[in-house]
Design a binder for this molecule. Structure first.
Ligand code: FNR
Length: 416
């Protein structure tokens, strides 16, 4: 209602209200490097485009005369009621677009009462983000480190920081082929972006110390410091006085980046590792990056709490199935289980959210749009970008003849 009142009285919204204008406004604010990382996808962008196109193949069939004057968007997710079926997706290295990065997004999420999923590759520690959130809901996204001590430490910190669920991202055991970043020759992390979660971790710092004590940074992996690492060190010490260097003294930064690169992820991960999680945390566990019904079933068989049907916004396997198409296969396959089904990759509008809910999602994660909002106007921008999508969802729901999220079933859609 507020945004319409503003419009009537001639005030422009802080962030544009349609996906194309939002993206264009963010691009104007972003550095070339920041834009390549956030807006880019894997390979030729086939999956990124497919994610959007999949939504266009479904049409909402509105019903009329159903008294939609009162609507309730709230849902219960893992035992907690939230005002709308929307979460803010984990995003790493967001300081490429705004210095307040995750901390601004955390504040935005808290204002909206919607859960923010802290990224393993955040630019502020989960404790710093939690500190601006009061008792608003927050979750933690885990990249499974090669060092099991880091895994346990992250799990313990997440619990202590008030996170209410662990989301293990499985589609990024290695970084995808990202031409936009590669062609620029300056990947995120090269200047320390996105490694605050590690730098603030006691176990990780132990690893860095061990590496320093071993004398030669990089010895563990290559026997000598790599040229890339030396360049990274030079750039960081010159250009990166922010959160990264706050509690590190030279020559630690180089060792820290190398330790990060060596340990942040473990491509040898299997279902057996996931099975150990039940003993390692009492928080609900969800698996992110599920695209095959059999993998979804396996998550249910292991007694996990949920999945995030996602192809990482088309950033990992180019040519991978559109996330919405995967959802239409997966939802029926696990309908007889208690699995909570979340969805992301391609959500840009309220209508997109409604379609994903109708096709079986319990809630959705917003990815790039909140980062675009962040680029435009920090915390307020991130908040408004998400609030706009929620507002449009509210209108779309009502104008489709529905008064609650539970009424979003496949019957409201037609394949077109
Ligand atoms: C991501 N994503 C992501 N996912 C994750 O589990 N951990 C992470 O650190 C990141 N980092 C990240 C950075 C940036 C800049 C983007 C755009 C995305 C993926 C994210 O959580 C989500 O799956 C996608 O963004 C959803 O796709 P859309 O909505 O952006 O198309």
């Amino acid at each position: 209602a507020a945004i319409y009142r503003d419009g009537v009285f001639g005030r422009r919204p802080r962030v544009p209200t349609d996906p194309a204008s939002l993206e264009a406004a963010a691009k104007r604010k972003a550095s070339v490097r920041g834009w390549a990382y956030v807006a880019g996808g894997a390979g030729d962008g086939v999956t990124m485009r497919a994610n959007r196109a999949a939504f266009d193949r479904w049409a909402i069939v509105p019903r009329v005369l159903r008294d939609v004057s009162r609507r309730d968007l709230s849902v219960e997710l893992l035992g907690r009621r939230i005002p709308a079926p929307v979460l803010l997706a984990p995003v790493g290295a967001a300081e490429l677009l705004h210095p307040e990065a995750d901390r601004a997004i955390a504040g935005a999420a808290a204002e909206l009462g919607l859960p923010y999923v802290f990224s393993s590759q955040a630019c502020f520690s989960m404790e710093e983000c939690a500190a601006v959130m009061g008792d608003a809901p927050r979750w933690f996204q885990l990249y499974w480190s090669r060092d099991e001590g880091v895994v346990d430490s992250f799990l313990a910190r997440a619990k202590a920081a008030g996170c209410e669920a662990i989301v293990v991202t499985l589609d990024t055991t290695m970084l995808g082929w990202r031409p936009q970043d590669l062609n620029l020759g300056s990947l995120p992390f090269s200047r320390g972006e996105g490694i605050a979660q590690y730098l603030s971790d006691p176990r990780f710092r132990e690893l860095v110390r061990e590496r320093l004590q071993a004398g030669l940074s990089g010895a563990a992996s290559t026997g000598r410091p790599t040229l890339a690492a030396l360049r990274a060190l030079a750039t960081m010490t010159r250009k990166f006085p922010g959160p990264f260097l706050a509690n590190l003294r030279s020559p630690e930064p180089r060792a820290a980046v190398e330790t990060f690169l060596d340990t942040y992820s473990r491509p040898s991960l299997t279902w057996d590792d996931i099975a150990t999680l039940r003993e390692r945390t009492d928080l609900p566990v969800l698996l992110k990056g599920i695209l095959h019904p059999d993998d979804a079933r396996q998550a249910a068989d292991l007694g996990l709490d949920g999945i995030v049907v996602s192809n990482h916004g088309g950033r990992q396997v180019d040519g991978a199935v559109a996330a919405l198409d995967a959802l239409t296969d997966i939802a029926p396959a696990v309908a007889d289980t208690n699995l909570t089904i979340l969805f992301d990759s391609g959500i840009r509008t309220g209508a997109d959210v409604l379609k994903a809910l109708a096709l079986g999602a319990d809630a959705v994660l917003i990815g790039r749009p909140h980062v675009y909002g962040l680029a435009i106007d920090g915390r307020r921008g991130a908040r408004d970008a998400v609030a706009n999508i929620v507002a449009e969802l509210d209108l779309t729901l009502g104008l489709s003849g529905l008064t609650g999220v539970a009424e979003a079933t496949p019957e409201i859609l037609r394949r077109s």
